[in-house]
Design a protein around this ligand. Structure first.
Ligand code: GLP
Length: 242
């Protein structure tokens, strides 16, 4: 594990963007594993800026996102498809058909999980997987539980996750209760993993994830076993460690 300590959110975003830029430049047909949430928003802004300077080409890039809410249309402004379109895809020359998220409106959710799992398998995992960190230690929507679930699956969201994510919705009752998420094997299969963590609210859980027991009760703790895991975190997020 490598920890890149930054002074603030902005520097965290720039450092993480540097890693993605190197990946895109060195392998123009990379498979990028992408994430949503506020921690990774600055990274997307940085990538779009670099793209506008003419320094990046997404024409052969493929993407696989971690997760999607069940029951939200891709056009709904709270869906992760919408987030990705608005914050990255519509600003760069990526081919829409090369961008992948689970379909939260699929009629047969089990079938959709299988399709998505097979897709990740067909890529052999992502070249680099981006992650945020949930307040309860979740990665993607792998919520705390008794076992690590390996493959893409549907999950009932934790009450704490629903409350945490309510800030993006008009009120908490509108937050979907279920989601489709990559499993831990899908994530761990990535050749490299980059996790962005910012702010004092994540300090305690980040310490548990990086240095606590490896347990499904703290899903992100599995990342300790990845051979190329980079944490890009600001001073506040690292304040329980250093
Ligand atoms: C959501 C996403 C996660 C993300 C987490 C943290 O629950 N499913 O992939 O890492 O939120 O979000 P934030 O970065 O906004 O704290």
């Amino acid at each position: 594990m490598r920890i890149i300590r930054t002074k603030d959110y902005r520097e965290m975003s720039e450092k993480a963007a540097d890693i993605f830029c190197s990946q895109i430049v060195s392998k123009p047909d990379s498979v990028l594993g992408l994430a949503t949430g506020s921690s990774v928003l600055g990274l997307y802004e940085a990538l779009v800026k670099i793209y506008r300077n003419g320094d990046l080409d997404f024409s052969e890039i493929k993407t696989v996102n971690l997760d999607e809410y069940i029951g939200l249309d891709g056009k709904s402004d709270q869906s992760y498809r919408y987030y990705m379109n608005v914050n990255l895809f519509s600003h760069v020359n990526i081919k829409p058909e090369n961008t992948n998220l689970p379909d939260g409106l699929a009629k047969d959710i089990d079938e959709e999980c299988k399709r998505y799992n097979d897709l990740i398998e067909s890529f052999g995992g992502a070249d680099v997987q981006l992650l945020g960190l949930g307040n309860n230690g979740h990665i993607g929507f792998n919520e705390p539980g008794d076992v690590f679930v390996k493959e893409t699956h549907a999950i009932d969201l934790d009450e704490s996750t629903i409350t945490a994510n309510a800030r993006f919705f008009e009120n908490e009752s509108l937050v979907p209760k279920r989601a489709i998420t990559m499993g831990v094997q899908n994530i761990m299969q990535a050749k490299q993993i980059v996790m962005c963590v910012s702010g004092i609210k994540k300090a305690k859980i980040l310490k548990e994830v990086l240095f606590g027991d490896i347990t499904p009760k703290v899903p992100g703790s599995i990342l300790q076993l990845h051979p190329d895991f980079i944490v890009v975190a600001d001073e506040e997020a690292l304040s329980s460690i250093y």
